[in-house]
Design a protein around this ligand. Structure first.
Ligand code: NAD
Ligand code: MG
Length: 409
């Protein structure tokens, strides 16, 4: 008997992950049907996507954008419901007929729609790591209650998830999380001080949205991924150990109690982890370049330079403190990255700003959505206030902010 097609809602459809997801889903029309799309303001791309996949329902970030989209589509005979705002995004994330929600909005804006999908009991293909950083405890608790599954899209977490198949979680010793090192691998703090947004936006191995590309250059992306791994795989943060691996071929590894290490390898192409999440536990014959190990001269691994890239240490520190601190880390980072891209903040001031906001925060429990949202707002306001008095940021960081990395290596 023919299997029913899996029905998808794709949140953040016009972004780097969203576009790749639509390509993967459309390559297997007998397996997937896209019923919902959601995006921010890129209505030109959204219009093309609507014409291509014919969803029943779409959402955009605000009313003005929804009006503009409506106008653009008025010539089309096609019936598509257009929603807007947080409510609209949450609705697309929880449509009755949807089986799986791809969560690929960037940043804290992805939190409420992802939670809506969790509460509706949907399976979630998760790219939006910020959601787990901000509200890991809430999300995992509600997921258990509602019965959906969380399938990682992030390439490292997909690798770990694949390396865990068929093994007992109790036999896991450490998760070895690989990182490309970004465009500034090997640079010292003095060289990093003069880095420009243009240089930081040039990632050597991956093509991604601007925010995660900057996070990759500061290593904050790896810090957020340590916290993401902690929640996804229920391991202590200090059992997640970062390995710089500039070739980006080994996407991460699991070390077991018997000394075995299981790795997942592949070319750096997000279609591979996306396809794994969409079809799990099956595998799809994805169109992507194949890995040629003979063509690789060497695969190399280095410990991260925690002094040159303090964002990684800040993420470990936030995770160890727990409660609302990771939400504060994330919000301060989003504000700092925006300011860096706007030319208002130097590259090495990014961790300084985040550390100052964290130092000023009184950690509370992160057991309700309201509490984490409040911490997020507070951190953005505090970061903006510090940015308005920016000269103070060029002073050295307080010694207690210049934290060391993972305790056990
Ligand atoms: P992107 O900037 O390319 O796309 C972001 C998407 O979110 C766009 O569709 C945008 O319109 C939408 N969006 C932004 N703000 C919104 C709002 N307020 N309301 C509704 N929609 C909004 O980002 P990306 O690189 O695709 O990353 C998306 C997420 O996936 C991030 O959390 C990132 O960390 C994660 N991720 C990305 C990659 C990658 O290769 N790009 C890899 C791993 C994880
Ligand atoms: Mg990643």
């Amino acid at each position: 008997m023919k299997k029913r097609r899996k029905r998808l809602s794709i949140l953040g459809s016009t972004g780097s992950i969203g576009v790749n997801t639509i390509d993967v889903a459309c390559a297997f029309p007998d397996r997937f049907e896209i019923v919902g799309l959601a995006a921010g303001r890129n209505i030109h791309r959204l219009k093309e996507q609507i014409r291509r996949v014919r969803p029943r329902c779409v959402a955009v970030c605000d009313e003005e954008t929804s009006r503009a989209l409506e106008k653009m589509l008025s010539a089309d005979a096609q019936a598509v419901e257009i929603l807007w705002g947080e409510e609209g995004l949450c609705r697309v994330a929880s449509l009755n007929e949807v089986d799986m929600v791809v969560s690929a909005i960037v940043g804290a804006a992805g939190l409420m729609p992802t939670l809506a999908a969790v509460e509706a009991g949907k399976d979630i293909a998760l790219a939006n790591k910020e959601t787990l950083v901000i509200a890991g405890e809430l999300v995992t608790r509600r997921l258990k209650a509602a019965g959906g599954r969380l399938l990682p899209v992030d390439s490292e977490h997909s690798a770990i998830f694949q390396a865990l198949q068929g093994n007992s979680p109790a036999a896991v010793k450490r998760l070895l999380l690989t990182a490309s090192g970004g465009p500034f691998f090997g640079k010292n703090p003095r060289e990093l001080a003069s880095v420009t947004p243009q240089a930081a936006l040039r990632h050597p191995n991956w093509s991604m949205g601007p925010k995660i590309t900057i996070d990759s250059a500061t290593l904050m992306n790896k810090g957020l991924e340590v916290i993401e791994a902690h929640w996804l795989f229920d391991v202590p943060v200090d059992a997640v150990v970062v390995h710089i691996h500039p070739e980006s071929i080994v996407h991460s590894m699991v070390e077991y109690v018997d000394g075995s290490v299981i790795a997942q390898l592949g070319v750096p192409d997000m279609k591979i982890p996306i396809a794994y999440a969409l079809a799990y536990p099956e595998r799809l014959p994805v169109e992507a370049p194949k890995l040629d190990l003979f063509a690789m001269k060497a695969l190399t691994f280095y410990p991260p330079d925690m002094d040159a890239f303090p964002c990684l240490g800040l993420a470990y520190r936030a995770a160890r403190i727990g409660g609302t601190m990771p939400a504060v880390l994330n919000a301060a980072n989003e504000t700092a990255v925006e300011a860096f891209l706007a030319g208002r903040l130097g590259f090495t001031d990014i961790p300084r700003l985040i550390a100052r906001v964290m130092d000023a925060h009184e950690t509370k429990k992160a057991d309700t959505v309201e509490r984490v949202r409040q911490a997020d707002r507070w951190a953005r306001d505090t970061a903006h206030a510090l940015l308005d008095g920016a000269p103070a940021l060029s002073e050295p960081m307080d010694h207690h902010s210049n934290v060391a990395g993972p305790a056990a290596h």
